[in-house]
Design a protein. Structure first.
Length: 189
């Protein structure tokens, strides 16, 4: 058997490396910018956008939430997702509201600002404030609050759409307050 020269071995290794690099790049999905969104759509009326990036939010449409939270022993199913930009704790934040009932479009701006329906317990849900330093969440009803320097899991802002996943077993509240939700929401202007 004839020995392989160093040059031949080098060319063989380089060709294998290039072939593997080409295969990896060719298998990456094409990333398209998300379309501009003017506001949340009702979960009953699917979004008119055709490209839906895949994330932990799965097959949810804009304006939808999925999952539950528990507050003082009561489990509440969440179906609707809304988002906007507002100041919280002295910082510009993305505010996300996940609710059990829809928020009327004429009340959305006020609800993102001051949570009138949530505080009056006309609807129930979770209120998030997310910024570069972490996130804060408040349970409605109950008013229990948590803050952390961590972000939501699979949290993504693409154009005017925010999506994410939150899973908290309630260890800080001895299990009285827990949540497992995912959402996709349009950021209202």
């Amino acid at each position: 058997m004839k020995p392989i020269s160093r040059v031949s071995l080098y060319l063989f290794v380089v060709s294998i490396f290039c072939a593997c690099s080409f295969v990896r790049q060719a298998s990456k999905p094409e990333v398209k910018p998300s379309p501009e969104v003017s506001g949340p759509t009702s979960p009953a009326a699917p979004s008119t956008t055709t490209a839906q990036p895949t994330t932990a939010a799965g097959d949810l449409q804009i304006g939808q939430a999925s999952g539950t939270y528990t507050a003082k022993g009561e489990t509440i199913e969440l179906k609707y997702a809304y988002a906007g930009r507002a100041e919280r704790f002295g910082h510009e934040s993305i505010v996300v509201l996940l609710t059990d009932k829809p928020i009327p479009s004429e009340a959305l701006a006020e609800e993102l600002k001051s949570q009138t329906l949530l505080l009056d317990e006309k609807i129930r849900g979770l209120e998030y404030a997310i910024d570069n330093d972490g996130m804060w969440v408040r349970y409605h009803p109950g008013q229990y609050q948590e803050s952390t320097s961590n972000q939501l899991k699979d949290y993504v802002v693409e154009g005017d759409v925010v999506r994410g996943f939150d899973d908290n077993d309630g260890h800080l509240s001895d299990g009285k307050y827990s949540r497992k939700v995912k959402f996709v929401a349009a950021i209202t202007k």
